[in-house]
Design a protein around this ligand. Structure first.
Ligand code: RFL
Ligand code: PHB
Length: 389
């Protein structure tokens, strides 16, 4: 039998960052991850970090490569039916964003954990959580055909939307709120120079499109597609043609295409489970909430949860036994504001067939107001760069 202070389920960004912040404060944790390290690093997801997230990563001791290789952006852009408008994020808010892939950040946290000799069990199967409604929780799992048990003080459920932590709670303990959008994002990663030098979101009558990047040589693009579309139905050529149609003429002309190195369809969903604490089990990140990716908030919200959770746990071990009590309420206040922004930006930028012509006119009028009015641009920019912790 093994004992630790905190068992963290999941080695995505939430679990790894929590592990790093706890380790730094002298709190012991074991991370259990269902997949292999290569599998975790193969998932291509987020690209945009808020300043608050950048500061947390620095605090966790993994800022060095991010500052060397990440791209700092002062603005982003909106294309409205073929016309490009820049949003001066820094001029409006005094803050910037960092473009640094989730894959890279995850790799930095994994390598740091290995260097520190802090425990992480990959390919942990059948993880089960026990006794978290009392004072002595424990976690069981199987690895290489053998059964294991870890006793602990707390369990952190950082295991994503399909994880075991939220599913372990009695249905009566949670209230969930959900909205599923009637389309998906087809994403392509390619080793081609990005067409725009800032992250660019396009509203087009054929559907939403966006241009992002991972470096000056690697691009990430997305287009809105019907929810039932499969990635292998889309040849690279068909993807590039459709993307080109949804951009402004100058970007369409400048677009450099090449073979896709990853192509996948992601569904879009808004979801919140309340509360985020049940006895000695805490939920953090995608385990508790999902936002559609349009506002680039998912990973950033996960990092904010982890900031609050690390403070709560470190406080508890520092003899402030009540430090864990307001974890859920603190997180949820920030989460609902990010849910609202992500829902608003998704609703504004995509084509919703059911809204009809009146709905489309409303979107265009709001976009016109957004790019012309400093007050409206500021409200968007303030949310995009991230609300304070
Ligand atoms: P993760 O990353 O899903 O990690 C959970 C981990 O838990 C493991 N796991 C288990 N381990 C043990 N036992 C079990 N039973 C387990 N079940 C699951 C999983 O294998 C996994 O390793 O959740 P986490 O850490 O909360 O991180 C959340 C972020 O990954 C997510 O919010 C973002 O990727 C969302 N997102 C974006 N967020 C941003 O902030 N900025 C962006 O630009 C952005 N772009 C995106 C995105 C998500 C996307 N997709 C594909 C959904 C773009 C896309 C296309
Ligand atoms: C990305 O680079 O993958 C990305 C950037 C901004 C978003 C979503 C995804 O809003």
């Amino acid at each position: 039998m093994t004992r630790t202070q905190v068992v963290i389920v999941g080695a995505g960004p939430s679990g790894l960052l929590l592990g790093a912040l706890l380790h730094k404060a002298g709190v012991d944790a074991i991370i259990l991850e269902r997949q292999s390290p290569d599998y975790v690093l193969g998932r291509i997801r987020a690209g945009v970090l808020e300043q608050v997230t950048v500061e947390l990563l620095e605090q966790a001791g993994v800022g060095e490569r991010m500052h060397r290789e990440g791209l700092v952006h002062d603005g982003c852009a909106l294309i409205v039916n073929g016309q490009l408008h820049r949003i001066d994020l820094h001029g409006l808010t005094g803050k910037r964003i960092m473009v640094y892939g989730q894959t890279e950040l995850t790799r930095d946290l994994m390598e740091q954990r290995q260097r520190l000799g802090a425990p992480i069990v990959y390919q942990a199967e059948q993880v089960e959580l026990h006794g978290f409604d009392g004072e002595h929780p424990h976690v069981t799992y199987r690895k290489d055909g053998q059964a294991h048990r870890i006793d602990c003080d707390f369990i952190a459920g950082c295991d994503g939307f399909h994880g075991v932590a939220r599913a372990s709670l009695p249905a009566t303990a949670l209230t969930t709120y959900e909205k599923v959008y009637p389309f998906g994002w087809l994403g392509v990663l390619s080793d081609t120079p990005p067409v725009t030098h800032e992250v660019t979101y396009s509203h087009h009558e054929r559907g939403f499109a966006m241009c992002s990047m991972r470096s000056l040589k690697r691009s990430r693009y997305y287009i809105q597609v019907p929810i039932q579309d499969k990635a292998d139905q889309w040849s690279d050529e068909a993807f590039w043609d459709e993307l080109r149609r949804r951009l402004d003429p100058a970007s369409a002309k400048a677009l450099i295409t090449g073979p896709s190195i990853e192509k996948s369809v992601a569904p879009l969903r808004s979801f919140v489970a309340e509360p985020m604490r049940f006895g000695r089990l805490f939920l953090a990140g995608d385990a508790a909430h999902i936002v559609p990716p349009t506002g680039a908030k998912g990973l950033n919200l996960a990092a904010a949860d982890v900031a609050y959770l690390s403070q709560a746990l470190i406080g508890w071990y520092g003899q402030d036994r009540r430090a864990v009590d307001d974890y859920s309420a603190r997180c949820l206040r920030r989460i609902w504001r990010a849910e609202r922004f992500s829902w608003w930006f998704t609703s504004l930028m995509h084509r919703f067939p059911e809204t009809g012509e009146f709905g489309q006119k409303m979107q265009l009028a709001e976009l016109d107001y957004l790019v012309q009015s400093q007050a409206a641009s500021l409200a968007m920019a303030e949310n995009y760069v991230g609300l304070p912790l």
